[in-house]
Design a protein around this ligand. Structure first.
Ligand code: 9UX
Length: 72
């Protein structure tokens, strides 16, 4: 069943950043939706946890150049 993970993302400063992060997340296996809020510096991801876990989400966004923390 899908779960929702929230990430706090540092370093997004324009709308293109939002698109980069959103596209990065949506390409991961098992990700159903990825919503990125530029004002809140936060992403909310619905994903199948057996295919992609929070660590995978964090690593993917870090790898395109942002600083990421899990919102707990
Ligand atoms: Mo905008 Mo984001 O010009 O890394 S794409 S700042």
């Amino acid at each position: 069943a899908p779960v929702t993970t929230r990430l706090a993302i540092t370093g997004m400063t324009c709308a293109s950043c939002v698109k980069v992060v959103q596209d990065t997340l949506e390409k991961l296996p098992g990700v159903l939706t990825a919503t990125v809020n530029l004002l809140l510096n936060e992403a909310s991801i619905e994903h199948e946890s057996n295919l992609t876990g929070p660590r995978d989400l964090i690593d993917a966004v870090e790898n395109v150049g942002y600083e990421v923390k899990l919102v707990v």
